[in-house]
Design a protein around this ligand. Sequence first.
Ligand SMILES: Nc1ncnc2c1ncn2[C@@H]1O[C@H](COP(=O)(O)OP(=O)(O)OP(=O)(O)O)[C@@H](O)[C@H]1O
Length: 126
Amino acid sequence: MDSQDKRNPIPFISSLSYAISGVNTALRAERNMRIHFISSIIVLLVSFYFSITKIEWLFILLAIGGMFALELVNTAIERVVDLVTEEYHPLAKQAKDLAAGAVLVYAFLSVAMGMIIFSPYVLNLF
Ligand SMILES: Nc1ncnc2c1ncn2[C@@H]1O[C@H](COP(=O)(O)OP(=O)(O)OP(=O)(O)O)[C@@H](O)[C@H]1O
């Protein structure tokens, strides 16, 4: 972005449409995003079925939203690494593995939150 662009920033509506297009691209191109999407639908349906509390909804939404946000950042890092080099490079490997590690940590956290929230409801069924 040069100095002319800084005086005329991108209109809010355009930057919103770029962001939505980023989410679209990730959903179409990334298998993990589609897995998160389907898992999220299932978790939302289960949450409605058990009529979870307001506080529990907050944690579920935080788990789902955080997972999507982190996967988008992971995808962005993968793209930048691929843009910088197509050759094998130890730093490229580290960058991709670190970003994937961040997603993995959050995935474990989300599963733990889901187990803490849903296990009493599931046990109540028996
Ligand atoms: N340029 C590179 N240099 C060194 N290692 C790389 C490089 N690109 C990828 N890797 C290694 O290969 C792994 C898989 O990378 P690849 O780009 O195929 O999949 P990804 O895009 O990271 O994963 P996903 O399936 O989530 O899209 C990375 O986690 C990293 O360890």
